[in-house]
Design a protein around this ligand. Structure first.
Ligand SMILES: [Fe+2]
Length: 132
């Protein structure tokens, strides 16, 4: 059962950003399914690392757009990206060292974060790009 359910309300109207967001939804669902299925470290660790890598790449795409267009809310938006990236790093390190386990609290958190961030921050960015 997917935990991050895409619908067209998440569309920002920017083709590249929308494609990356859809990919992120899929990757969160893949992580979620693996956690639910009780997969081991051999599956969970690479799945989580792949998601983290893709997320950082996606943040880079958005931040480049913001810089190119002198987006006034760049600092605030980037701060949110950095906070998530930092949290992801801590979760991965904790998991690798055996300090924490991965539960669906994580996939639920990621699905919620994605949903709120797209609706509140990314849509504002793309609206700005369209208005300028
Ligand atoms: Fe963003």
């Amino acid at each position: 059962m997917p935990i991050a359910i895409w619908n067209d309300n998440y569309k920002t109207g920017h083709a590249v950003v929308d494609r990356q967001h859809q990919e992120l939804f899929q990757m969160v669902n893949q992580l979620h399914d693996s956690i639910v299925a009780g997969k081991g470290k051999d599956v969970l660790q690479p799945t989580l690392e792949k998601l983290a890598r893709y997320t950082i790449q996606h943040f880079g795409t958005e931040e480049a757009l913001m810089m190119q267009t002198h987006y006034p809310l760049l600092a605030v938006h980037r701060q949110k990206h950095q906070a998530l990236a930092q949290k992801a790093k801590e979760i991965i390190e904790g998991y690798k060292s055996g300090k924490n386990v991965l539960t669906i609290t994580l996939s639920q958190f990621l699905a919620d974060w994605l949903s709120h961030h797209i609706n509140e921050d990314d849509k504002a960015l793309i609206d700005y790009l369209h208005r300028r």
